[in-house]
Design a protein around this ligand. Sequence first.
Ligand SMILES: Cc1ncc(COP(=O)(O)O)c(C=O)c1O
Ligand SMILES: N[C@@H](CCCC[NH3+])C(=O)O
Length: 388
Amino acid sequence: MFDKNTIARLQSLETPFYYYHLDVLRKTLEACKAASSKHGFHVHYAMKANFNPLVLDIIREYGFGADCVSGNEVKAAIAHGFGKENIVFAGVGKSDKEINLALDEDIFCFNAESVQELHVIDELAKAKNKVAKIAIRINPNVDAHTHHFITTGLDENKFGINTWQLPEVATALRNCANLQFLGIHFHIGSQITDMEVYKNLCTRINEIQDWFEDRGFTIKVLNTGGGLGIDYQNPDTNSISDFESYFKVFKQFLNVKPGQEVHFELGRALVGQSASLISRVLYVKNGQKKNFLVLDAGMTELIRPMLYQAYHLIENLSRKSESKDSQSYKYDVVGPICESTDCFQKDVDLPESFRGDLIAVRTAGAYGEVMASSYNLRDRVASIYSEE
Ligand SMILES: Cc1ncc(COP(=O)(O)O)c(C=O)c1O
Ligand SMILES: N[C@@H](CCCC[NH3+])C(=O)O
């Protein structure tokens, strides 16, 4: 991914920045499209993973819909040409302003996350003399077997409506004249690599679908959410997630009735491998117990390691051509921010590194640039693309 010419080009640029491997992005989108359309499945891109404008334009070109989680994301999806009929709006705390915006834009559907929200959407739709299309986000209490902090489908999580509240949902749907019930929505967590988890999700969706149908509701949309994981350890040899196996689980285990649509909301798996954070070594600090590489990027540019102890492969691009047998050194790779947790990784094996070396933090395309901040009054991080 980083050949000699690329490294020479990056070497001349001011750091830090996100470097977009657009070929990887395109190949990933092609693979997902091929695997999903084989089964007639619809994929909405979860924009929260990365709303870089060029990334959005490329994803739209491939015909994906958009899964939004704020009014601004709905606006951005529309501005980037995603069809309104392909925009879904989730979120546990949609404000009245955001709901009104989505109503005005006639988006495909709201994924409602509480009974109270159903009543609010109904009232706001009534005031506009409109009917809002609704899917109910249900918390199925399925363990995603991922990091605790990015699990969303357990009873203890704030997301979705618990199954014990479904009778209340059914009453609300019957009483709210300005809601049109489309179907059911789930999202149980992120960075899921165990396909058994999705099999368990299908079993729960089938049961919940039966519950609604037994009470006379017609389900047009089954939205299974996203969460498919990526290989943070091997970005070069395994850069594209196994979309075939993923969609096959749903094909096999989800009880899809004639006329129903199956929707997915993938974020990380579509964009995660498509960017690296590129930074420079500012200082090499040799301590008594530790050697530190102090980079010019830190938690303000990529917070995942500090927030979830997430692993990202770290490479010294300036020493990439050195023989594999040359001696390696252990460094704590840290950022410049005034926080002790501002560390990308401890005890990283790297070639001997020097001030000015270019460091790549890989697999930073999802929840990287979008989670950047200006803490310490830092500049917002720049984006550079493999195609100029
Ligand atoms: C409702 C919803 N859909 C989709 C996603 C996308 O998740 P991922 O990036 O893990 O595919 C998220 C984020 O976790 C989400 O909250
Ligand atoms: N931002 C998280 C995942 C949360 C996904 C959105 N619900 C990450 O970097 O892994």
